[in-house]
Design a protein around this ligand. Structure first.
Ligand SMILES: C[S@@+](CC[C@H](N)C(=O)[O-])C[C@H]1O[C@@H](n2cnc3c(N)ncnc32)[C@H](O)[C@@H]1O
Length: 366
């Protein structure tokens, strides 16, 4: 993480749209744990989805330190300024604003880079924004552009007509946690896995957690960090996924935490869970079945969800939670409502890579 300025005490955390509230809740918790109770209570309106903007009464460095431990977010940004782009001269306006924007991090010998994310219809691309902003900063500071060895990363993000200039304080995304040898395209981002686990309200009393569509094991890896005393069970009908999840868990350096003794991975169909696991043996199930896009295009989802939920109910202990991230929200909702012994407690719609799955939190009746 690069040095944060102490002059400003505002911070932006980026996350998936839909997870901003959860990220704020987590931040408050981290501040409490760091002895900074109640200090980040002011949440400012963020005009861009997936951004949590906080004002902090103490030094920014303390806030950055606490926020650096967040599991639900991707990056930490220091807000610089926001402005609207005129339709006629959008790019030259970016350049002009960067000639004036308050950037105390920059100096004549500070290697820097500009990055940009763009959303909406524009007659220019994100590379044009980067070029325009980079040229302005070279002109202003005489600083060298260095795409890999940079000390400062200036972000110039454009969402529709809004342009947000920030300094990115995290080099690697906080959501990038473990190097993985097996990473299928459908694997979940660890911060979304964290959000699902958080919604399951697990704690030291959670003896056993099951992910019956474990894929590369993201949810189990996240749980291994969070719940040191919990047994972690995972299954997937693909032998390749089971072997990959095992390699990932072993390679993640989690074995030192006694993981070998507490994880159990096996191949199996989530529609026959009752044959794989004893009745009422799991305190919680947290999982991410195929979306039906890249994976599972030929699945008849109403039936698939019904079969899975019936089996999940059988292996879940009374009162236990079942958290499922699904893309076919309508079909899942119907199946959940029709499954005896399950109640829907909460549904949270999020955005991941331009799709809008829902996190369903269900509970087995006591
Ligand atoms: C969306 S992926 C899960 C991704 C996982 N959360 C990760 O981070 O890698 C869905 C997984 O479900 C598995 N799957 C599909 N149908 C299944 C079934 N009937 N029973 C068990 N696993 C199944 C697939 O092999 C795939 O690994």
């Amino acid at each position: 993480m690069s040095q944060a300025s102490n002059r400003s005490a505002e911070l932006i955390c980026t996350t998936n749209p839909g997870l901003e509230d959860l990220a704020f809740e987590e931040l408050q918790q981290r501040l409490d744990e760091g002895g900074l109770k109640g200090t980040a209570s002011e949440r400012l309106p963020a005009r861009i989805k997936g951004r949590l903007r906080i004002r902090y009464p103490g030094p920014l460095s303390s806030l950055v330190q606490a926020a650096g431990t967040l599991r639900s977010v991707h990056h930490l940004l220091r807000p610089v300024e926001q402005f609207l782009l005129p339709t006629e001269t959008p790019l030259s306006t970016v350049g002009e604003r960067l000639l004036e924007a308050p950037l105390p991090e920059m100096g004549p010998s500070t290697p820097f880079r500009v990055s940009s994310e763009r959303r909406g219809e524009h007659p220019f691309g994100s590379q044009d924004i980067e070029r325009e902003a980079g040229t302005a900063l070279v002109e202003r500071f005489g600083a060298p552009v260095d795409l890999t060895g940079y000390a400062v990363e200036v972000r110039v993000d454009v969402v529709e007509s809004l342009c947000a200039v920030t300094v990115q304080l995290t080099r690697k995304a906080l959501s990038y946690r473990h190097d993985r040898t097996y990473r299928p395209r459908v694997s979940l981002k660890p911060n979304v896995a964290y959000a699902c686990l958080r919604l399951a309200r697990l704690g030291p009393g959670t003896e056993r957690l099951l992910d019956p569509f474990c894929g590369s094991g993201t949810i189990l890896m996240e749980a291994a960090d969070l719940l040191p005393g919990t047994e972690l069970w995972g299954s997937d009908w693909s032998q390749r996924a089971v072997a990959g999840a095992r390699a990932n868990l072993e390679g993640a350096g989690l074995e030192g935490a006694g993981l070998k003794d507490r994880f159990r991975l096996q191949a199996g169909d989530a529609r026959t869970l009752a044959e794989l696991y004893p009745p009422a043996s799991c305190d919680a199930l947290v999982t991410n079945p195929p979306y039906g896009a890249r994976l599972g295009r030929d699945i008849a989802f109403p039936r698939f969800y019904r079969d899975f939920l019936e089996q999940a109910t059988a292996v879940l202990r009374p009162g236990g939670r079942l958290v499922v991230l699904v893309r076919k929200r309508g079909a899942f909702n119907v199946a959940a409502q029709r499954t005896p012994g399950l109640r829907i407690r909460h549904v949270q719609i999020i955005e991941t890579s331009r799709v809008f799955p829902g996190i369903f939190v269900l509970q087995r009746s006591g």
